[in-house]
Write a protein that binds this ligand. Structure first.
Ligand SMILES: CC(C)(COP(=O)(O)OP(=O)(O)OC[C@H]1O[C@@H](n2cnc3c(N)ncnc32)[C@H](O)[C@@H]1OP(=O)(O)O)[C@@H](O)C(=O)NCCC(=O)NCCS
Length: 191
C-alpha cells in the first residue's frame, strides 16, 4: 500500500552519484577497496571491536565484507568508508541503513586500538553526517551503543549527537542482553 507522504529521499538519488571521498582534518574517508582485508581482520581480532560489533572475521569473510559495500551503495542500503590517515586505514564508519521514506540513517564505527584517543571517530562521524544531511538529504542520523560502551557514548556526544534515551534490552550479544543508548542529530541542527 502506498504511503501518503512522499519519500524524504527519492529512490535512486544515492546510487546515481559515485560514492564520495570525504576529508576532515588529517582524515580521508574513502570507499573500501581490495587490499583492505588485513585491516578488517586485524580490527575484529581486537576484543572491544569483536565484542561491541558482536562478530568474528576471518580472511574470507573480510574479503566478502570489503567487496559487499559496492553492492550496498548500488542497492542504497548503506554506505561504508575506510577511515584513513596517510593512506593507511585506521578505522571504519558507515551509514548502515537508509530509510528512504522517513529520511533516517544509522551509523556504525570502529577505530583500530593503536589509533584510539585521537578523536578520529568523532571527526569521521561529523564528516559523514555533513555529507548525509547536505548531499543525501537525510533528516535524522542515529547512533546507538550499549550503555556500557562509554567510549562510543563520548564519540556520539562529541560529534553533536545528544542522548535521547535508553532502549532496554536492545541487543543480544555473546555475554547476554544489553541496554542501549540512542543518540541522534537532525539536519536542521535542532538536537
Ligand atoms: C569507540 C571508538 C570508535 C572511539 O574511537 P576514537 O577515535 O578513539 O574516539 P575518541 O578519540 O573521541 O575517544 C573516545 C573515548 O575513548 C576512550 N579512549 C581514549 N583513548 C583510548 C585508548 N587509547 N584506548 C581505548 N579507549 C580510549 C576515552 O573514553 C575517550 O573519551 P574521552 O576522551 O572523553 O575520555 C573506539 O574506542 C572503538 O573502536 N571501540 C571499539 C568498537 C566500538 O565500540 N565501536 C562502537 C560501537 S557502538
Amino acid at each position: 500500500m502506498p504511503r501518503l507522504a512522499p519519500p524524504a529521499i527519492a529512490p535512486g538519488s544515492i546510487r546515481r552519484l559515485p560514492q564520495p571521498v570525504l576529508r576532515s582534518d588529517a582524515l580521508v574517508l574513502r570507499p573500501w577497496r581490495a587490499g583492505d582485508e588485513p585491516t578488517v581482520v586485524e580490527a575484529y581480532a581486537d576484543p572491544d571491536i569483536r565484542h561491541w560489533h558482536d562478530r568474528s572475521m576471518d580472511a574470507d569473510e573480510a574479503a566478502a565484507w570489503v567487496a559487499h559495500w559496492a553492492g550496498r551503495w548500488q542497492a542504497e542500503t548503506g554506505a561504508g568508508w575506510a577511515i584513513t590517515i596517510d593512506d593507511e586505514p585506521v578505522g571504519q564508519i558507515s551509514l548502515r541503513t537508509f530509510e528512504h521514506g522517513d529520511g533516517i540513517s544509522e551509523v556504525s564505527y570502529w577505530v583500530l586500538p593503536g589509533a584510539r584517543g585521537r578523536r578520529i571517530a568523532p571527526t569521521a562521524l561529523r564528516a559523514v553526517a555533513t555529507w548525509g544531511f547536505e548531499t543525501v538529504g537525510l533528516h535524522r542520523i542515529q547512533v546507538d551503543h550499549a550503555t556500557q560502551n562509554t567510549a562510543s557514548c563520548q564519540v556520539a556526544t562529541r560529534a553533536g549527537f545528544p542522548l535521547e534515551g535508553t532502549k532496554r534490552g536492545a541487543y543480544l550479544q555473546s555475554d547476554g542482553r544489553h541496554d542501549a543508548h540512542l543518540h541522534a542529530r537532525l539536519a536542521d541542527g535542532v538536537s
